[in-house]
Design a protein around this ligand. Sequence first.
Ligand SMILES: [Fe+2]
Ligand SMILES: [Fe+2]
Length: 215
Amino acid sequence: MKTRHYNPLDHLVMNFDQALRTLAGKPLVTERPNPAQACEDEPELTEYQKDESIRLMRVNHCGEVAAQALYQGQALTARLDGVRERMERAAEEENDHLEWCENRVRELGGRLSLLNPLWYLGSFAIGAGAGLFGDKWSLGFVAETEKQVIEHLNDHLEQISEDDVKSRAILQQMKVDEARHGAAAKMAGGVDLPQPVTKLMQLTSRIMTGTAYWV
Ligand SMILES: [Fe+2]
Ligand SMILES: [Fe+2]
């Protein structure tokens, strides 16, 4: 198949379109069903349980906004020879996560983070920056991000009530997906990042998740 070559203006328009879809519109999702749909008999949650679930699912939604922006930023600058398609599938699956988390927050009567545009911009810049260092580093960056996301998801699964079966089903599926994304990035040549970089990434995500819990 002939690949179309996009000029810088095309890229700018496409990125803007993606940003709007992520922040305010309908993201382009895959064919997969929302894992929460499989949980029919959901126990009644207490106000406290609901409030905690809303906050944590808002944090997860925010993380997926950042994931979208990272992938978009990276796609702008990285060459990703031969792996671009796989990365695009991963980005689409992140959109599933984005939608599942948003649906769950709304279903529980909550709202999304007001700072999402800020996280999007920041993460876009980081993704584009990582892409400039070359594929092995930018894929290594994806692998490290996914690893850290899985750690977060594990923490959240400990904090969210056992009764909130829908949120838990979503987080479990996300964990499976993130592990696959991380493994794919490693297989495609991603290298381990130096420790100061991984520490900085942890710090950044702690600021983001800590803020999104409240705002
Ligand atoms: Fe994700
Ligand atoms: Fe992922």
